[in-house]
Design a protein around this ligand. Structure first.
Ligand SMILES: C[S@@+](CC[C@H](N)C(=O)[O-])C[C@H]1O[C@@H](n2cnc3c(N)ncnc32)[C@H](O)[C@@H]1O
Length: 297
């Protein structure tokens, strides 16, 4: 086995990235081993295993790299943080860069580390289309990476999530990028509930970002499933758009085909809206689980 294969793969993936970006996918699932992917995060490596064991060749390459390496299992309801493969030399909470924007990564937190790097191209596009004076509603915001990008382009953001720690982390991410969170809005609670409120209050947004989990429960325990409920969610969001507004709809549901997702979203959007797909970032090729539709009304 070629001892350099890992370093060559890193060089190959880095060549695909824009400057000032140090969070990317080194190895996609199936690229070398089924169920094994590796992300680089500011010089550390995070391996994800889905019904797979850590391959010996990968383990050796990671240890040879001398970087801090972590392992997490995607096949379990993992609440515990990723497990270090070697003794970490660097901090466990640290910023990564993406097109010059900075986001905090937390290796001490459970299933997700603070940034979904597969959304990089959608964030870049949002940054491109936002202008001062625009209003952006970021639903299911998690740590608010979309809000940071919109705010960096001068838009006023409303960041909404069920979890208060996510909103707090969004404020930290804003500060890390020189954005004053006091100039932006934050809503804690269920997205469907808030969309209903915004519609009644006649509150309208220039752009709405919608990247829900595949499955969710609201505060009253009512279930939501991407495959079943996406169209209804899109229809509620469409009522909160300014005339000519834009929506970004995403799903990472592996159960939902691109075609079915397109049909679901189309059911919810106003007549005459234009739907445009965007592929996953180049370092993720050939993975295609993340489906994206930009909707121009
Ligand atoms: C897949 S993550 C979203 C990732 C985010 N769009 C990004 O790119 O960083 C899902 C988020 O939705 C939030 N969430 C789950 N159910 C929700 C609900 N009913 N209403 C609002 N937020 C919800 C979770 O707390 C979590 O932060």
């Amino acid at each position: 086995m070629d001892d350099d294969w890992f370093q060559k793969k890193i060089a190959e993936k880095r060549a695909l990235l824009a400057p000032e970006t140090d969070a990317y996918r080194v190895l996609t699932e199936g690229e070398r081993w089924r169920g094994v992917s590796v992300d680089a995060l500011a010089g550390r490596f995070l391996v994800s295993l889905r019904n797979a064991a850590l391959p010996v060749d990968l383990r050796d390459a990671l240890l040879r790299s001398g970087a801090d390496c972590y392992i997490k299992r995607l096949d379990r309801e993992q609440k515990e943080p990723p497990t270090p493969l070697n003794e970490p030399k660097e901090e466990l909470v640290f910023p990564v860069q993406e097109n010059g924007a900075r986001f905090l990564i937390d290796m001490k937190s459970g299933y997700s580390q603070g940034l979904f790097i597969d959304q990089r191209d959608n964030r870049a596009r949002l940054r491109d289309v936002c202008r001062p004076g625009m209003t952006v509603l970021n639903l299911f915001a998690y740590t608010g990476a979309f809000s940071v990008c919109a705010a960096l382009s001068g838009a006023t953001t409303t960041t909404l999530d069920l979890a208060q720690p996510c909103l707090s982390r969004c404020k930290e991410n804003m500060k890390l990028n020189g954005i004053d969170p006091e100039r932006h809005y934050f809503c804690r609670g269920d997205a469907r509930h808030w969309l209903g409120r915004f519609a009644v209050q006649n509150r309208r947004f220039s752009i709405i970002v919608m990247d829900p989990p595949t499955f969710s429960r609201d505060a009253k325990g009512k279930h939501w499933r991407a495959e079943k409920d996406y169209a209804t969610l899109v229809a509620s969001a469409a009522k909160c758009l300014v005339p000519g507004g834009t929506m970004l709809c995403c799903t990472n549901s592996r159960r939902l085909s691109e075609k079915d997702f397109y049909n679901f979203v189309q059911q919810g959007v106003p007549v005459g809206a234009r739907l445009q797909t965007l592929p996953m970032p180049a370092d993720f090729t050939p993975e295609n689980y993340l489906k994206t539709l930009w909707i121009h009304t």
